[in-house]
Design a binder for this molecule. Structure first.
Ligand code: CA
Length: 230
């Protein structure tokens, strides 16, 4: 049974073979690419998720990430040898949804793949705020700001959806991590902050004077948009 199509972009053959073996054992269909060029040329095939090594011989993982994001909101897990937290956050800023730091256990990676696929399949109705200014369409997986579609990563989408489903409720960063990531993640506070920053950049006219996501000092965030009447 095919549980989804996954593209693994990794120049270290040993690693990509191990990842492929584990994912196939779980019922995923796996395509591998060992260079950035290969990966980009494969993108016209629709994948359900992409596992992307940050360090490739020909292209920077960051550039590939941006290329993918230009026209697709496919979930991306970044593989990185860098363990610095700043690099992780930089990765989230460039559009990756999750990270796995090398060396990693293949089992952990498979668990992350499943979790990310689960939360990227957000499926409910449509919510509208501030007289139609912000529309969150969970069925079409689409955010509209001022009538125009804004590209969101699956994680950003899930985060905004979670906040907007309960306007006025204060969420701590840890709660948001639990809702969205569903597992322990080192440096989660700043991870959430990085996602919130990205979301604000996309939907707020003035991120310093937010109309939608307000920072609750010392605790976390809350959604302050006004739900439209049906
Ligand atoms: Ca590499």
């Amino acid at each position: 049974m095919n549980k989804g199509r996954i593209l693994v972009v990794e120049d270290e053959h040993k690693i990509s073979e191990i990842v492929k073996t584990y994912l196939e054992k779980e019922g995923f269909s796996v395509t591998t690419a060992s260079t950035g060029q290969d990966a980009v040329s494969l993108l016209r095939n629709k994948f359900d998720l992409i596992i992307l090594d940050l360090m490739l011989p020909d292209m920077d993982g960051e550039d590939i990430c941006r290329t993918i994001r230009q026209d697709a909101d496919v979930p991306i897990i970044m593989l990185t040898a860098k363990s610095e937290e700043d690099d992780r956050i930089k990765g989230l800023g460039m559009g990756a949804d999750d990270y796995v730091v090398k060396p990693f256990s293949p089992r952990e990676l498979v668990a992350r793949v499943k979790a990310l696929l689960r939360r990227s399949k957000g499926a409910r109705e449509s919510m509208s705020f501030n007289n139609g200014d912000l529309v969150i369409d969970s069925f079409r997986f689409e955010i509209k700001k001022g009538g125009a579609v804004v590209v969101f990563t699956p994680t950003e989408f899930k985060l905004l959806q979670c906040l907007a489903e309960r306007p006025g409720q204060i969420f701590s960063r840890l709660q948001l991590v639990n809702v969205i990531l569903g597992y322990d993640f080192e440096g989660y506070d700043r991870t959430i902050d990085a996602h919130i920053k990205n979301i604000r950049h996309k939907i707020e006219e003035d991120p310093r004077e937010p109309s939608y996501i307000k920072t609750v000092y010392g605790i976390g965030y809350k959604f302050i948009g006004t739900p439209d009447e049906d």
